[in-house]
Design a protein around this ligand. Structure first.
Ligand SMILES: [Fe+2]
Length: 598
């Protein structure tokens, strides 16, 4: 049976039957080949999709900085989808505005597109419709594209809104020009496939850059707070506060207004910028202008366009010729009480003030409030300390009936000379205290010696010369006087090393001591003492000048004489004469009983 079937099969067919059979085979073959081609195409598309997705993932893990990420993404997408140009827009999903935009061409050219409008042209429909992809044939240069070398013909445009959790976070747009074929459904399918991944990548980049910005702002705030707390001098605190406000808010100018509760006015304490001086002359009533509103309500405010804000007062701008465009203004509080207003004006960047800026500015304002309170408390404590020290010095002075008012006058002269020598605030503070306390050691000198009318015996002189050391010993337990104590100990030293107690020379002697030496001598020479009458101011100045380089520091003498010539130093007698009490006798030089200055 098998043999028979085989024989029939090998039987020759008629030529017609053979041709039919061949045609049938051919058809089947064609169908097979067509299916293979489709499969190959699908495989190729799948392969492209996978490559694209992989590339996007790689790009997003490599960089999250929007600019470099967008460059990379556009390059991959344009190459894969064979477009001539591409645009990637990063969108703020809440405000539906463009945060960042980039256009790239196959030639590698790029254009930044921040100002693209989403309200014009084909982009208008993006937020209203729910289409996944828009396919359009458009004119030579669709709205918002920058294509300088385009030579005519209509373009094929593919627009893909990138959605994450239903919100549009970005837009991908691709353009093909003839001779490139128009985009077809296969392209849109491929674009849609990667849309979600692309959207996620862009949203991550946005969140990352926002977080990075906040980190920078927060660290700036921390740095500024540390600077603010680095000083206890009130004027310095106020200046630093305004500098910090301007820097933190990236603004052109800043100002700090303090509340004067007595007259219910805001006074510009510090205003930085070109018009700072003019601003300081302006006062605002509480309730007047935006700062006045903040002081009255205690609420912070952000004004993105002052022209549209009825609270804005033009008085300050009018006075200073400054044009305020936008501002952020917050109250400054101390223990829940409003003490002023901190403001920053005219943002340097296009980015408007937002809620986060306000939060940050309020944090700074809290720090400013604390710093002002600390500085004010410190000033109070310092004042109390200075007046206590002055009272103590005066009490000691009272034991010597002939030296009344000496300490007060020495302090005045010292501070004038210190100013002439441009001492800094710390040096001035040391000088002030040292001048008050320089003779505190006289508390340990016996009355008979201190109050003796006639010349002193060598023993008595040696005893009275113990007063600088005694002074230093008395003050030693007070830690806050660390810098003052050496100035007290050495106020009887001489530049040539012939002074006491340690025979220090020149710059070995603390600056405050060198100033006290001159001031002390001038006042001693120009006031009457039981053992010698006073001499005139001019004679005393001549004597001091004569002793420059031996007894006194020449630089200090120079500064002293400059201040004297400017009429800023006057003896007790001349001051009394100014008041119509003095006689102004001219009397020859004498020496005080403590061997030079008292
Ligand atoms: Fe003295």
């Amino acid at each position: 049976m098998g043999k028979h079937r085989q024989a029939r099969r090998t039987e020759p067919e008629s030529p017609l039957a053979v041709r039919r059979l061949l045609a049938l085979y051919q058809k089947q073959l064609d169908r097979q080949q067509a299916r293979i081609a489709v499969l190959e195409n699908e495989l190729k598309t799948q392969d492209l999709r996978i490559k694209l997705l992989r590339a996007i993932r790689r790009a997003s893990t490599n960089t999250l900085r929007p600019e470099s990420l967008f460059h990379l993404l556009l390059k991959i997408i344009i190459e894969t989808l064979e477009a001539d140009y591409g645009i990637l827009l990063q969108i703020d999903p809440d405000k539906q505005t463009v945060l960042f935009g980039l256009q790239r061409g196959t030639d590698g050219s790029t254009v930044s597109l921040e100002s693209v409008s989403l309200k014009r042209g084909y982009r208008r429909g993006l937020f209203t419709g729910d289409e996944t992809v828009l396919l359009r044939t458009v004119g030579a240069r669709p709205h918002g594209w920058v294509i300088p070398r385009y030579r005519g013909g209509r373009a094929s445009l593919l627009v893909l809104p990138l959605r994450v959790s239903g919100r549009i976070v970005g837009v991908l747009e691709l353009l093909r020009f003839p001779p490139s074929p128009a985009f077809d459904p296969r392209d849109t399918e491929m674009a849609t496939t990667m849309g979600h991944q692309l959207g996620m990548t862009m949203e991550n980049a946005r969140l990352y850059s926002e977080a990075a910005k906040r980190v920078v702002q927060s660290s700036t705030l921390m740095e500024l707070s540390a600077i603010l707390n680095s000083t206890l001098q009130i004027s310095e605190v106020l200046r630093l506060a305004v500098e910090a406000a301007t820097r933190l808010m990236e603004c052109e100018v800043g100002s700090l207004l303090l509340l004067n509760e007595e007259c219910d006015e805001l006074v510009f304490e510090v205003a930085l910028g070109e018009r700072g001086r003019e601003v300081k002359e302006v006062r605002l009533k509480v309730g007047e202008g935006i700062a006045g509103w903040v002081a009255k309500t205690g609420k912070p405010t952000v004004v993105s366009d002052v022209r549209r804000d009825p609270r804005f007062s033009r008085r300050v701008d009018f006075r200073t010729h400054f044009i305020t465009r936008n501002m952020i203004c917050v109250p400054v509080k101390s223990r829940d009480r409003i003490i002023g207003v901190l403001q920053a004006l005219n943002r340097r960047t296009d980015r408007p003030f937002d809620a986060e800026d306000q939060r940050l500015f309020e944090s700074l304002s809290r720090q400013v409030g604390i710093a002002i309170e600390n500085a004010r408390l410190y000033e109070e404590v310092k004042e109390t300390f200075l007046s206590t020290a002055a009272t103590l010095a005066e009490a000691i002075e009272k034991r010597d009936p002939y030296t009344g008012g000496h300490v007060r006058r020495v302090v005045e002269i010292c501070l004038t000379v210190g100013e002439e020598l441009t001492l800094n605030s710390e040096e001035t503070e040391t000088l002030h205290l040292a001048a008050i306390l320089h003779d505190v050691g006289k508390i340990g000198i016996r009355d008979v010696v201190l109050q003796k009318d006639g010349p002193l015996t060598p023993d008595e002189l040696a005893h009275i010369r113990e007063h600088p050391e005694l002074g230093a010993e008395i003050l030693a337990p007070i830690k806050q006087l660390d810098a003052v104590i050496p100035a007290v100990r050495h106020h009887q030293e001489r530049c040539d090393g012939q002074g006491y107690p340690d025979g220090l020379k020149g710059e070995e002697i603390p600056m405050a001591s060198r100033i006290i030496a001159v001031a002390d001598t001038f006042d001693a020479m120009t006031t009457d003492r039981p053992y010698r009458p006073r001499i005139s101011d001019e004679a005393a100045v001549r004597e001091i000048q004569r002793c420059a380089g031996s007894q006194f520091d020449p630089k200090v003498v120079e500064a002293f004489i400059r201040a004297y010539r400017a009429g800023r130093i006057r003896s007790e007698a001349l001051q009394a004469m100014d008041k119509g009490l003095g006689e102004g006798n001219e009397i020859v030089v004498g020496t005080s009983k403590s061997g030079g200055a008292s």
